[in-house]
Each structure stands twice: as C-alpha cells, then as structure tokens.
Design a protein around this ligand. Structure first.
Ligand code: CO
Ligand code: CO
Length: 321
C-alpha cells in the first residue's frame, strides 16, 4: 500500500494513512459515506456458516467506524469442480447476516477460482462528526473488548479435526455475531477511539490504536475474555502461522510481564470477525457496562486502561498494572 501514489481529496475524512477499518468520504455536513471490502477463504466446513462469518466480518468494518451499513455487494470466487449448491449456501449465509444488519444486498460479482472465497463490499453512512477512528485514545480511558479471543486457534484445531463440538460451537457463535449491538450501545457515549479485532490479533490492533493515539495501553490478562478451549489447543501447539507472524512484527512494541508462553499465542492470534475494541473515559464505565450487559450476547470485558505514553505502546500483565 505504501508504494501507491498519494491521493489528495479534502472530502476523504479517513483514508489510507491511519490504517483504519474503512474509508470515509464526506458528502455534506450531515452525512458521510463509509466503504469497505473484505473476503477470505473458508474457515469452517459448513458453507452456510462460512457465508455468515465472512459477511459478519465485512460488516464489522462499518460498525468499527461507528456507521450504519446500507448496501452490500457479494464478492465470490468459486471452483467449477464444486457443486453450485455449495455456492448457493455460502450466499444464503451471507445474505442472512446482511438482512440482520438492516442493510440491503444489491448484487455482486463471482469469478471461477481454485479455492472458494467470499466476502462483501459494504457501503454505510454516518454523521461526519461522529466517525469513530482508531486514534484518539486518551490517558484515563478504559479499554472495552466486546467478544472473546481465540478463534484463530480454534479454527486451526477445527482444520486439524481436533476441536471439540463445544469449542467449535463457541467459536462459530463469536464469529457469526454482528458487532451491530455493541456499536449501537457505543453510539450513546463519547467513545474516544474504536477498531475491530481481526487479522493482527488483540495486540496488533491495540498497537495500531495506541501508536496512532500516542499513548500506552495497559492490558490485564486476567480480564481478557478468551474462549477457554483456545488455551488448551494452544498448549497442544494448534497455533496458526499468523500468530507467529504477528508476534514477530509487533512484539518489539509491547511488553509482557512474566507470563506463560501460551498467552503470547492467544494475544497475537489472528481473529476472524472479532469484537470491537473501544476506549472511553472511565466516567462512563458503569453505565456502559450495564448497557452492554443488557444488549450483548457475546462475552465482553473492561480489559485495561490507557495511560500517557510509556516506553512501550502495550503493557500486558497478569492482574492490575
Ligand atoms: Co477492521
Ligand atoms: Co477489514
């Protein structure tokens, strides 16, 4: 991306520079358009559930900007050696999530491909003054994560045929849930910064937020919601390559205070359709927590706090820091 020519456009409120979740284009003082595209290869065997996961993941980037999805287009790659019913199931799963989001599915494009691929291009809208960015976290903020982590590890266990039914079910539940309700709760509060947790894992996305906000995040391991089976599978070595890649790339900017090795695997684990990570003034802690309790089906938690910039962008420890 960094090799692309630089575009200058005053209407582009959020573009390439800040590696945010989606592009935001101001139409007038009241309305801005958000655009995002995401697609990937199957993470589970069931085509309908794969469609749901991929669509929830694509829609999430609109929610991470604080927006409302309006229009979605399918992007499909499909091998002609597979039965067309499988593609129909993927699309049906995706459509179910677009429907749940309240957006309209308006078409798309498919090509022949060696491996199935599916996702959405989504357009959403937002008031330009209410855009949530991945920067702006302030010292004194608390950090809230709205879904448990560990889906990359469980997907690896699923592919190795070693995941229990229970673990599989939990991971699918996390990956297919929309970030819609969490976003609707956050709409009511002055959120300082927001992103969704996906391929870079909890630590990678936290570093992006902390670095661009020029602050440090202190994260308490005991508070981070983790799909418990992920700990067991990580101990067995069922860790996706992406986790090691993330660790290599991001570890220098974070400090881990004498924790078990297995937590590195989990904290750097690339997530599929993960939760929202927001920072908000501690003053709102109680009311936000109550609000989330009433509205969310996924496990959420206050996982840490924001401080002025220290030697590392992220400090992870067992217990309060
Ligand atoms: Co994102
Ligand atoms: Co994305």
């Amino acid at each position: 991306m960094s090799k692309l020519p630089k575009f200058k456009n005053d209407k582009l409120i959020v573009g390439l520079e800040t590696s945010d979740d989606a592009a935001v284009y101001k139409i007038n003082d009241e309305i801005a358009m958000i655009q995002t595209v995401d697609f990937f290869t199957p993470v589970v065997d069931d085509p309908y559930i794969f469609g749901q996961i991929a669509a929830a993941n694509s829609l999430s980037d609109i929610y991470a900007m604080g927006g409302e999805p309006a229009l979605a287009l399918n992007i499909v790659g499909f091998p002609n050696c597979l039965h067309p019913d499988i593609m129909a199931e993927i699309l049906k799963g995706g459509a179910s999530k677009v429907m749940e989001s309240g957006a309209t599915l308006a078409g798309g494009h498919s090509i022949e491909d060696e491996e199935p691929k599916y996702g959405l291009c989504v357009t959403g809208f937002i008031n330009p003054n209410k855009v949530l960015k991945n920067y702006g976290a302030k010292p004194g903020d608390i950090l809230i994560l709205t879904k448990p982590i560990g889906t990359g590890i469980i997907n690896t266990a699923i592919k190795a045929d070693m995941a229990s039914e229970k673990a599989k079910e939990k991971a699918i539940n996390v990956m297919t849930s929309l970030n819609k309700k969490a976003k609707e709760v956050f709409d009511k509060y002055p959120i300082s910064s927001c992103t969704d947790i996906t391929g870079f894992g909890l630590i990678g996305h936290s570093i992006e937020m902390a670095e661009s906000s020029e602050v440090t995040f202190e994260i308490n391991i005991n508070k981070v919601p983790i799909i418990e089976d992920a700990i067991e599978y990580a101990e067995m070595g069922l860790v996706p390559g992406g986790s090691y890649k993330n660790r290599n790339y991001f570890e220098g900017k974070s400090s881990f205070d004498n924790i078990q090795e297995v937590y590195y695997d989990i904290f750097f684990d690339p997530q599929t359709s993960g939760g929202l990570l927001v920072s908000v003034s501690e003053n709102y802690k109680e009311s936000i927590i109550n609000d989330l309790k009433e509205n969310l089906e996924t496990e959420f938690e206050v996982i840490g706090r924001v401080t002025t910039k220290q030697d590392k962008y992220i400090k992870v420890a067992m217990g309060e820091i």
